[in-house]
Design a protein around this ligand. Structure first.
Ligand code: AMP
Length: 191
């Protein structure tokens, strides 16, 4: 199984690159942000729990996210592999992911981290907010909260994978095609 963590701050291009990867490699896409938005759209109890955090640009509590991801893994155990997009976002989530994979004799093959400067992230998110309808993309204060949450809670996740020699940093500025090529080259080495 090829199990990839696609990592990076909000607006780094994780969703765009995930779409390309799932098509070419037949992997199951686990985007926790998309799963929450689907739950909100369907009015589920899980969606209601997540919504207030999301609207403020804060991270949803670990236990809610971890349970949702474990469900997805369980439903897709015979997949060729997974792309985790927007997960794990805390070290506790990374540890929980390793635990749930180990129980199924699986591991993370590697992390790909998309690196984009902060001013570029802000302008991309504001731009996306004009068409995405996402409340959390539409105002600078909410975007700032998301970037702050990323720096405080999510950035340390890179160190977790570095200590396992699974970290691959990729320049996330440039054409979608060129970034995709760099990602593909990194993934080929995951073996
Ligand atoms: P995203 O679509 O990845 O930008 O996620 C949108 C929002 O969903 C985030 O700002 C968080 O509120 C929530 N969220 C998504 N994934 C996670 C996660 N792994 N841990 C905590 N909150 C998350």
């Amino acid at each position: 199984m090829l199990n990839i963590v696609l990592f990076g701050p909000p607006g780094a291009g994780k969703g765009t690159q995930s779409e390309k990867l799932i098509n070419s490699k037949s992997l199951v896409h686990i985007s926790t942000g998309d799963l929450f938005r689907n739950n909100i759209g369907e009015g589920t109890a899980l969606g209601k729990k997540a919504q207030t955090f999301m609207d403020e640009g804060k991270l949803v509590p670990d236990e809610i996210v971890i349970g949702m991801v474990e469900d997805m893994i369980e439903k897709n155990v015979s997949a060729k592999g997974f792309i985790f997009d927007g997960f794990p976002r805390t070290v506790a989530q990374a540890e929980a992911l390793d635990g749930m994979l180990a129980e199924r004799e699986l591991t993370i093959s590697g992390m790909v981290s998309l690196e984009v400067p902060e001013n570029e992230l802000i302008s991309r998110l504001l731009d996306r907010g004009k068409t995405s309808g996402r409340v959390d993309d539409q105002n600078e204060a909410k975007i700032a909260t998301r970037i702050e949450e990323y720096q405080n809670k999510t950035a340390p996740v890179a160190g977790y994978y570095k200590s396992q020699n699974k970290f691959n940093g990729i320049n996330g500025v440039g054409s979608i095609e060129n970034i995709y090529k760099d990602i593909s080259t990194a993934i080929e080495q995951f073996g």
